[in-house]
Structures are given as structure tokens and as C-alpha cells.
Design a protein around this ligand. Structure first.
Ligand code: 13P
Ligand code: ZN
Length: 294
């Protein structure tokens, strides 16, 4: 059941867990993620990126999510969110398309420019009752893997977070507390521990703003659960889902060289994503929370 993201996040606050936000790209991954939510009786956020919108087309990916949420999710709450919107144009398009939440990510701009663009997105989205996620500090990516010390200058500063939230009016905030995007942290020996003291200070500075952890692929169950006790309410995962899908696909194609029917080939990949997402939902404490209380 397509549901406003606000209801999911308020419930996560009330019952002290985090909502999983999973990137979907096509009908296969959308079905796979929603099946996990149904199995776990868990609310869920489906998010699409600008590159997915470029790949599938906004009306197509929107209607895939809407129809899967309506027909396959039953009464499981499913919210639709734009992940890492980089321009006012893409934010506005998703607001028009019926998303209940959008992210405007101007985190690589100087703080004042980030505030201006984010505020512009907030003013537009709030007129349509759509939530906005901003990002302050930069969650670095695959190609920018650094040590925790090297990442420190890019981390969210609590005093700036307060100013940012006050001046923009964002509903949720993506924080950089040592988390990074992509596969690099899944490699042996990489460092990606979270700065929980910083997370505490951010939470204290903006106690009414739900915090979002990006780059959660590869973050251990214990680290995720610790982050939740320190105020994280939305957890974003993408890379691990892709690795699960493609890993199963490679296995299928190598073990059955004659396979040619996409439905046969994709079924084990979808199952792999469902199994992975179900385990993540359990880790986030959102299993069994489908009947929202707030
Ligand atoms: P990962 O790909 O590292 O899981 O990050 C996902 C994310 O932050 C999406 O916004
Ligand atoms: Zn992200």
C-alpha cells in the first residue's frame, strides 16, 4: 500500500527502529524488495536515483513502484523516495510524479549554496506536502575511499547541522559520520567505522530531525543497531542488493549455459535480493512493524 513516508518515519521514532530505504531499478528489483517486506511484515521505503530515472523513465519507474505497492504489497506500507536528487528540476519532476519524499543533495557545494538550493526544494515540495531530505557533510563514494581521519573534514558538523536545518526547513537529514557509499567498504581491510560521538552531537543539535544513514551496504548488523540507538531512523542500501542480484545471475548463467528465458534467469536473482533485504529488515528492527501505530 503506497503510504506517505512521514507515517513510516514517525512510527520508527515511536517504536525505536529504522526504516530500510532500498534502491530499486526495474520491475525485478522492485518485486524482490517488496516481497521481503511482505515476508517480514515490515514497512519499507523504495527509492530511485536520477540514474535509474534516466534508465527507465520517470513515469515507468513510478508506475512500477505504485503498482507493485498496490498489488503485491497488500497492506504493507511502501513509501516512494527520490535518492540523491541533484537539481531542482529532478526534484520538481518527482514531486509532480507523486513521490512522498525527495532528497536534494547539494552536499558537494559550499554550505551557503547548499542551503539556498535545499531551501528552494523545500519551499516547492512542502507546498505539495512532500518531505525533503537534505545532506550536510559529504558521504563519499567508491572512488573516494579514504581513512576515517581523511574523511573527517567532510563529516557533518553538529553546529552547522543546526543552522542548516533551521534555514532550510528539511524534514530529514543525511549525515556523514564515517559512512561511505559503494563497494569499497565491502573489501577486506577497509575502514568504515561510524563516529557515534559525532552522531550523538548531531542528534542533540537537531533533536526533532530524523537522521538518515547512507552507504549502509556492508555495515555490520551490530554497527547498524548501534547507529539506530544513536538516532538513525532511515538506513539506505543499494550496492549490496546489486551484488546479490548479479552474483546470482552469474551463478545461473554459468551453471546453466543453455538458459535463455529472462524469467528463468532472473528468478534466482530476485530471490537473492529478497533474502538479503529480509535479513536487513530484521537487523533494522522493522520486522513486524507493518501496522503503523502513529
Ligand atoms: P550503498 O550503495 O553503499 O549501500 O549506499 C546506498 C545509499 O546511500 C543510497 O543513497
Ligand atoms: Zn546515498
Amino acid at each position: 500500500m503506497l503510504t506517505n513516508i512521514r507515517e513510516l518515519v514517525y512510527d520508527a521514532i515511536a517504536r525505536n527502529y529504522a526504516v530500510g530505504a532500498f534502491n530499486v531499478d526495474n520491475v525485478e528489483t522492485t518485486l524482490a524488495v517488496v516481497r521481503a517486506a511482505v515476508l517480514e511484515k515490515s514497512p519499507i521505503i523504495l527509492q530511485v536515483s536520477e540514474t535509474t530515472i534516466a534508465y527507465a523513465g520517470l513515469p515507468v519507474i513510478t508506475s512500477i513502484v505504485e503498482h507493485v505497492a498496490r498489488d503485491s504489497a497488500g497492506n504493507i506500507p511502501v513509501a516512494l523516495h527520490l535518492d540523491h536528487g541533484k537539481s531542482f528540476h529532478s526534484v520538481a519532476a518527482c514531486v509532480q510524479a507523486g513521490f512522498s519524499s525527495i532528497m536534494i543533495d547539494a552536499s558537494d557545494m559550499p554550505m551557503q549554496e547548499n542551503i539556498i538550493l535545499t531551501k528552494q526544494a523545500v519551499d516547492y515540495a512542502h507546498r505539495k506536502d512532500v518531505w525533503v531530505q537534505g545532506e550536510l557533510g559529504v558521504v563519499k563514494g567508491l572512488e573516494e575511499a579514504m581513512t576515517l581521519a581523511e574523511r573527517e573534514p567532510f563529516m557533518t558538523k553538529p553546529t552547522e547541522a543546526k543552522k542548516f536545518v533551521e534555514e532550510t526547513g528539511v524534514d530529514t537529514l543525511a549525515v556523514a559520520v564515517g559512512n561511505i557509499h559503494g563497494v569499497v567498504k565491502l573489501r577486506k581491510g577497509s575502514t568504515h567505522s561510524l563516529d557515534l560521538d559525532r552522531l550523538d552531537d548531531i542528534r542533540e543539535a537537531i533533536p526533532n530531525t530524523p537522521l538518515v544513514l547512507h552507504g549502509a551496504s556492508g555495515v555490520s548488523v551490530s554497527a547498524l543497531q548501534e547507529a539506530i540507538t544513536h538516532g538513525i531512523r532511515i538506513v539506505n542500501m543499494n550496492t549490496e542488493l546489486k551484488l546479490a542480484f548479479v552474483g546470482a545471475l552469474r551463478h545461473t548463467l554459468t551453471t546453466d549455459a543453455d538458459a535463455y528465458d529472462p524469467r528463468t534467469i532472473f528468478t534466482p536473482s530476485m530471490q537473492a535480493v529478497t533474502d538479503l533485504v529480509a535479513a536487513k529488515l530484521r537487523a533494522l528492527g522493522s520486522t513486524g512493524k507493518a501496522n503503523l501505530t502513529s
